[in-house]
Design a protein around this ligand. Structure first.
Ligand code: R5P
Length: 282
């Protein structure tokens, strides 16, 4: 068995190969003069673990090409981040179910698929091969523990994200709650924890994805007004659209950390151990 990866998942794939005690296949990535992508994979084994986050259109095409290049080997796909997964329903006639479209494309030629904290597990049903999802809740919990905070409050940005925040919080038996918005007037909204107080304690906001970071940025200011001593944010997938990371840090948040499902400078949590465990079991 060998590991192979797209350009966007080099660090995670290298760590995964190390945990699996195997080697990583060298791939030469290039482009034709017209901009089309090309690649040449080195020598494969009987079984190949293909690791490739889809973060944009280019990474999707590269992953499709890589799967095809691994022809002849038993291929298992690890999809650490799946862009388009959040459009998982047709809200109006004429719209695509984007998650279904991407899942169908990536099912071609692979034996199975492993995702990491996919936005909605219902998306797994769109793959046409067996697909399973793993969670980094424990790993996020371990990062929070490394901060050595006194009596932290783990906060989900909304009630839909509470179950994940509780999974993370159970690692340290920490208090958990979710943010609730209260409309004060036509244009004024306040945000505070629904049941618990943030006063005189550190708060860690936990989410599966930070995209624009809009909710977290607004919440941070309000949590400081409510006398939280520190505010941190941790997520699995650090999308940070439109300069969100900079905006969050300049808004006073103490630190923002994500996993390496999307490889960032602030990827302080690795998905490699959980992925390896899942691949060994199945
Ligand atoms: C929403 O359902 C997700 O769990 C995240 O909370 C959301 O995608 C984050 O988006 P943003 O960072 O743009 O507020």
């Amino acid at each position: 068995m060998k590991v192979i990866c797209t350009e966007k998942s080099q660090i995670l794939a290298t760590q995964l190969a190390k945990v699996l005690k195997t080697t990583i296949v060298d791939v030469k990535f290039s482009r034709f003069p017209d901009g089309e992508q090309f690649l040449e994979a080195g020598a494969l084994d009987d079984e190949t673990i293909i690791v490739g986050s889809v973060v944009d259109s280019d990474s999707l095409v590269q992953l499709v090409l890589l799967i095809d290049a691994c022809e002849g080997s038993e291929k298992r796909l690890v999809l650490p981040y799946m862009a388009y997964a959040r459009q998982d329903k047709k809200f109006r006639t004429g719209e695509p179910v984007s998650a279904r479209a991407i899942a169908r494309i990536l099912s071609q030629g692979v034996a199975d698929v492993t995702t990491v904290n996919i936005h909605d597990e219902g998306v797994l049903g769109h793959f046409t091969v067996p697909a399973r999802n793993i969670s980094l809740a424990r790993d996020l919990g371990a990062w929070i523990r490394s901060l050595d905070l006194e009596n932290p409050l783990i906060l989900a940005p909304d009630d839909g994200a509470l179950a994940f925040a509780e999974d993370v919080g159970s690692f340290g038996s920490w208090d958990c709650d979710h943010l609730e918005k209260t409309r004060l007037s036509g244009d004024k909204v306040t945000m505070s924890p629904k049941k618990l107080s943030a006063a005189n304690r550190p708060v860690v906001i936990v989410d599966d994805i930070i995209s624009t970071g809009g909710t977290i940025a607004t919440a941070t200011g309000m949590l400081y007004q409510q006398e939280a001593t520190d505010v941190f944010a941790v997520c699995v997938h650090g999308v940070f659209a439109g300069g969100a990371y900079v905006r969050l840090l300049s808004g006073g948040i103490r630190d923002v950390v994500c996993s390496n499902t999307i490889e960032r400078g602030c990827s302080k949590i690795s998905a490699a151990d959980q992925i390896a465990r899942s691949l060994r079991i199945c």
